[in-house]
Design a protein around this ligand. Structure first.
Ligand code: MN3
Length: 209
């Protein structure tokens, strides 16, 4: 399948605006998707608008080789391209109804990498709640199946030459403040119940070589 290129379009949510209640309410999801995410898409397109040679590249290609981007647009492309990538994966990796648990080879990998699902959850929560300022917490894999947790600041992405994302949680205040105000930990607790583990497992399987 050909990967999406410029002009990037706002992907609709894979569920309704009310689907993730009560963890994420309609207003939170509306603002997050229709305003914040859309702004990254618009700004990425405007950063690419004068660079036909970059318009052929997929988002991942752009993000994988920052050094090859013209200096004048490197920061805008990385910031807004990261914003697009991170939000698309974040929205895609949640589902309703809530309360799935990891299964299959991903469950086995979580058990062997972290001791057990609950131990992973503790570590992941620590990373998410402990991210200073705005950013993301990630569960990543390498092509040999080794899982790890990472924090990234702002809209930075992990090095895709090495890491393949499995799930991620947005800990910018805009992701939760309307509903949770300063209670980031409560939002993160709720987010665990929204993870679409079936899709996460598919990403894990595809990452292995
Ligand atoms: Mn966000």
């Amino acid at each position: 399948m050909k990967e999406e290129t410029y002009p990037f379009v706002v992907r609709p949510l894979p569920y309704g605006y009310d689907a993730l209640c009560p963890v994420l309410d309609r207003q939170t999801l509306c603002y997050h998707h229709d305003k914040h995410y859309k702004t990254y898409v618009d700004n990425l397109n405007s950063a690419l608008s004068d660079y036909p040679e970059l318009q052929e590249k997929s988002l991942k290609e752009l993000l994988m080789h920052p050094e090859s981007l013209p200096e004048a647009v490197r920061r805008p492309i990385m910031n807004n391209g990261g914003g697009v990538f991170n939000h698309e994966l974040y929205f895609e990796s949640m589902r309703c109804p809530a309360g799935q648990m990891p299964k299959g080879i991903l469950k086995t990998a979580l058990d062997s990498g972290f001791g057990a699902y609950d131990r992973w959850k503790d570590e992941m929560k620590k990373a998410a709640v402990g991210t200073f300022g705005s950013g993301w917490a990630w569960l990543l894999t390498e092509t040999d199946g080794k899982l790890s947790i990472m924090q990234t600041a702002n809209q930075d992405v992990p090095d895709f030459n090495r890491y393949i994302p499995i799930v991620l949680v947005d800990v910018w205040e805009h992701a939760y403040y309307l509903q949770y105000q300063n209670r980031r930990a409560d939002y993160v607790d709720g987010w665990f119940d929204l993870i679409d583990w079936k899709k996460a497992e598919r990403r894990y399987e595809e990452a292995l070589v």
